[in-house]
Design a protein around this ligand. Structure first.
Ligand code: NAD
Ligand code: UGA
Length: 472
């Protein structure tokens, strides 16, 4: 319909001011000073935080984010709740809302809940004016673009004289939390799926400002949507694979780091993403694989579904085996024992706790009566409280259900502790003075290192009992 014409893009908005929407638009604004970007959200509190003068109050912690926000906010980057107005003024609209697993209804436990995507599409359909390029930034089930197109079409068909028209692109995001800014500035690739060449080129021209053209791939819509799910499934599969081997190492005397290094030298395997740990967390791996499983079952590909589901099963097993192991080593009971959790975020350099293995491990310990002290450099008390789903810190210790407290002081929290469990690989935990700590802790006390970031030789100099993942 707009074939042959060029599309003039001046104003861009993004629906969803979360871990993806905020950093992505900030980097785009930083790189494209002649374009105006507005990040929208229904959550007023979140938008206020994005607009807060104190950059330590931004809703997410991401290295390098504060500096970028400082350089562009109020110039060509804005955060707003005026969704309808901003949509009506935008030439290109990214949809970057949450896409969690459905918790009820058909497909519960596997399918993606598209409620937030659909609401966004309806709003775009209603308030957009002229020609608008709608870009799927959220990770979506294959064929979602069909749904979005259908919603947009209904609205533009309503008014015959309307100048409204839409084209839909898929532009999945591959950033990792903790390295999001670098990933956005220097991505391995940018993927654009679409049908309409003019719109594809529009988006491509924006990325071309800072990304080498050879790294910008264009595909059809469905390949783009499926590539995003596949990338996450492959990454998660690698972690389940190495975690499965960590258990074999423990049983046999092999050492996981040596095995990772040995296989990583094979250029076909590569050395990245081979660190054994407490199981993968984060908001996406689990939900995206479950979505792939749902999709495979939907198309009658049951063996394919079973294959991918095993990646999740192994991950659940890995998380569980850690809490079981801790209880077993503490003479079969943690009731009234003080256990310090070092790290609550699902990985280092983020304040995100979604699907963090720490949640499940702490819940297990509480159920077994432990007195848990949780330390994390960036996650706050309120988030932990929400994740543990407890009304209050249980200050009255009972053998039936444990208690938890939050601490920002590592050494203080370890005083008289029976055990410490490293769950997140924060740099702060790499060079602790374990000699000093062992004096503070009870005797005998345990250090469980689920990230293998401590030096076994150093710990052996102390009187701590020691377990490090994958070290037989
Ligand atoms: P998030 O939960 O941090 O942010 C989503 C935001 O969308 C929330 O602030 C929510 O209030 C807002 N929102 C929901 N419905 C809205 C509506 N109708 N109008 C305006 N705002 C609305 O989620 P996220 O981590 O940024 O992830 C967003 C998408 O990106 C997901 O599909 C995810 O799978 C994908 N993704 C995430 C990452 C990551 O590292 N977090 C990386 C790549 C892709
Ligand atoms: C992951 C992908 O890496 C991104 O490419 C993708 O865009 C994103 O999901 C998404 O779609 O949400 P993220 O979850 O932020 O990014 O972080 P990762 O670095 O992938 O780590 C995921 C989990 O795997 C963490 O719990 C991490 O500790 C664990 N992990 C990672 C390991 O246990 N070992 C490793 O070697 C690497």
């Amino acid at each position: 319909m707009l074939k042959g014409k060029s599309i003039n893009i001046k104003k861009i908005c993004c629906i969803g001011a979360g871990y993806v929407g905020g950093p992505t638009m900030a980097v785009m604004a930083h790189k494209c000073s002649n374009l105006e970007f507005t990040v929208l959200d229904i959550n007023e509190d979140k938008i206020n935080k994005w607009n807060n003068n104190d950059l330590d109050q931004l809703p997410i912690f991401e290295p390098g984010l504060k500096e970028i926000i400082k350089s562009v906010r109020g110039k060509n980057l804005f955060f707003s709740t005026e969704i309808n107005k901003v949509i009506s003024e935008s030439d290109m609209i990214f949809i970057s809302v949450n896409t969690p697993t459905k918790i009820k209804g058909f497909g519960a436990g596997y399918a993606i809940d598209l409620k937030w995507v659909e609401t966004s599409a309806r709003r775009v359909a209603k308030y957009a004016s002229n020609h608008t390029i709608v870009v799927e930034k959220s990770t979506l089930p294959v064929k979602t673009a069909e749904v979005i197109k259908e919603i947009l079409k209904c609205e533009s068909d309503k008014i015959i004289t309307s100048k409204k028209s839409f084209s839909v692109l898929s532009n999945p995001e591959f950033l990792s939390e903790g390295t999001a800014i670098n990933d956005l500035i220097d991505p391995d690739r940018v993927l654009i799926g679409g049908e309409d060449e003019l719109s594809i080129n529009c988006l491509k021209n924006i990325y071309k400002i800072w990304v080498d053209e050879s790294k910008i791939l264009t595909t059809n819509l469905w390949s783009s949507e499926l590539s995003k799910l596949t990338a996450n499934a492959f990454l998660a599969q690698r972690i389940s694979s190495i975690n499965s081997i960590s258990a074999i190492c423990e049983a046999t005397g092999a050492q996981i780091k040596q095995v990772s290094e040995a296989i990583g030298y094979d250029s076909r395997i590569g050395d990245k993403f081979l660190a054994a740990g407490p199981g993968f967390g984060g908001s996406c791996f689990k939900k995206d694989i479950l979505n792939l499983v749902y999709l495979a079952n939907f198309y009658g590909l049951n063996e394919v579904a079973d294959y991918w589901e095993q990646v999740i099963k192994l991950n659940n097993w890995q998380i569980k085996r850690i809490s079981k192991f801790v209880v077993e080593k503490l003479f079969g009971t943690v009731s009234l024992k003080k256990i310090v959790i070092l790290g609550f975020a699902f990985k280092a350099n983020t304040n995100d706790t979604r699907e963090s293995p720490a949640i499940s491990i702490v819940k297990d310990l509480l159920e077994n009566g432990a007195q848990v002290v949780i330390h994390d450099p960036k996650v706050n008390y309120l988030q932990i409280k929400k994740d543990l789903n407890t009304d209050n810190e249980h200050k009255i210790y009972t053998p039936d259900f444990g208690s938890w407290q939050f601490s920002r002081d590592i050494y203080k929290s370890l005083k008289n502790a029976d055990a410490a469990i490293i769950i997140t690989e924060w740099p702060e935990y790499r060079n602790l003075n374990w000699e000093k700590i062992s004096q503070l802790m009870r005797n005998p006390a345990w250090l469980f290192d689920t990230r293998a970031i401590t030096d076994p030789e150093e710990i052996q100099k102390t009187n701590l009992n020691y377990w490090s993942i994958g070290n037989g």
